[in-house]
Design a protein around this ligand. Structure first.
Ligand code: 5CA
Length: 437
């Protein structure tokens, strides 16, 4: 892609109403544009990053056997009346009426709708377990939308739902999700800490939030440094191994404000290992058993002949929030560096353009074409401005690799830079090799 063709409405000024760096950066680089309070359009740069995050989330869900589907954003109020949440959910729910005066709503979450789908077709334990998910927009009429897409009203969420015949099997489904979440966040180069949590309006008795450390996070977190030493690849998918994984994580003290107990924290963790920090919740999982299946009469035949309410859990990842969370974690000293797995481009070519001599531009175009032929998603900065302005711009765009074409480049060696590291002179062949890793 040529930068001159990219729809990239960069702004020089710091947006005054944006309080945290992710919100500022997203506005300055034209990733998003607010269309109403807490509601945003996703412009090409932001959208491309979100789609990459979404596909990592999807791949890790598919790996544990979850099946993708798609439920609508608009739901009927009837099923929410059956579960009793139509009144309980309060003002966060956006309620609408259609032309026939039927009560509808823009889904803030999908426990009711998925239960309704499930109960109409699955009747026997023989069809269990089931693990279903979709990635869809949600709406919550937050009282105070803030921090851009971090706490907004319309947001993109992956929500999964598990169906099992008994508690033990349901906990296995829960553990599989727990594992998939940690894998997903690892691939985004985020260190997420699973923390026992309260269940809030979703309900249930077992729940974990996945929190990443960031100064601007809304949650206060208290944990043990050693929790980061747990190696995910030491577990496999067997029931016992996944149960051990969850209990290994739980063996370290970690809590958010709601569950924090100072005495316990100080007693359980040596002073030098105590972490008191701020964090961002990027995922939340719940096991709530029969909370929805019972009132919605979602029953299946049990092997022993009786009918039982199916045991359910639900599992959310804030796909759009993750973009802000990655920025909060990776934007350091005014320089952004996207993890390779979600970077909007693999590499950017930055030629120093001189009006009287277009050698550099020609050279840049030649390697641009060659890299493209090698299926490298490359951006060529063909904009006519001075090199220091270019560098400043790329500090914000955060593409992790740069080829700089200026006085230093020789015939077949180019200045290659990984953001945050010292530049080296490499041939195009060596550069291609590096990008393969
Ligand atoms: N039904 C359950 C699990 S599917 C559920 O809705 N859980 S949740 O309320 O915790 O939301 C899941 C994730 O969505 C959160 O962890 C967070 O990352 C994201 N999220 C929630 N509210 C917002 C919001 N207002 N703006 C952006 N992301 C949000």
């Amino acid at each position: 892609m040529l930068l001159s063709n990219l729809f990239l409405p960069l702004t020089k000024d710091l947006p005054t109403d944006a309080k945290i760096k992710s919100h500022q950066l997203m506005l300055r680089t034209g990733m998003i544009k607010q269309s109403a309070a807490g509601i945003y359009s996703w412009l090409p740069l932001g959208f491309k990053i979100m789609k990459k995050i979404e596909s990592i989330v999807r791949e890790e869900q598919n790996k544990i056997g979850a099946q993708e589907m798609l439920m609508p954003t608009i739901q009927s109020a009837d099923i929410w009346k059956e579960s009793g949440r139509y009144n309980d959910y309060g003002e966060e729910m956006l309620r609408i009426k259609d032309r026939q005066g039927r009560e509808m709503l823009y889904g803030p979450t999908n426990e009711e709708l998925i239960t309704e789908i499930f109960r109409s077709s699955i009747k026997s334990y023989k069809s269990l377990p089931q693990l279903l998910y979709h990635i869809q927009w949600k709406f919550r009429d937050e009282i105070r939308p803030r921090f851009g897409i971090m706490r907004c009203r319309e947001f993109y969420m992956k929500d999964a739902y598990s169906f099992d015949i008994d508690d033990e099997k349901a906990k296995h489904s829960y553990n599989k999700m727990f594992y998939a979440y940690l894998k997903t966040f690892n691939r985004l180069e985020l260190q997420a800490i699973p923390m026992a949590a309260d269940t809030g309006p979703i309900g249930g008795d077992l729940s974990h939030e996945f929190i990443i450390l960031a100064e601007t996070g809304e949650s206060n977190i208290f944990t043990d440094k050693n929790i980061f030493d747990i190696k995910l690849n030491s577990y496999n998918f067997s029931k016992d191994s996944l149960e051990k994984m969850r209990s290994d994580f739980s063996s370290f003290y970690s809590a958010t404000d709601e569950k924090f107990n100072k005495d316990e924290f100080e007693k359980k963790i040596k002073k030098e290992n105590q972490i008191k920090a701020k964090g961002i919740e990027v995922g939340h999982i719940f096991y709530f058993g029969e909370k929805y299946s019972k009132p919605l009469n979602c029953l299946v035949d049990h092997p022993e002949g009786k009918k039982v309410a199916v045991k359910m859990g639900s599992y959310g990842i804030g796909v759009s929030r993750l973009i802000g969370a990655i920025i909060e974690a990776k934007f350091i000293d005014d320089v952004m560096k996207w993890p390779r797995s979600v970077s909007p481009f693999d590499l950017v070519i930055i030629p120093s353009i001189n009006k009287n001599n277009d050698e550099n531009s020609k050279k840049a175009l030649k390697i641009y074409q060659e890299l493209k032929e090698n299926k490298i998603d490359v951006l060529l900065d063909d904009v006519n401005e001075n090199i220091s302005a270019k560098f400043k711009k790329h500090d914000l765009l955060g593409i992790p690799y740069q080829i700089i074409i200026g006085s230093k480049s020789e015939d077949d060696k180019f200045e290659f830079k990984e953001v945050g590291k010292i530049a080296t002179m490499l041939s195009l062949k060596e550069i291609k090799q590096k990008l393969k890793k």
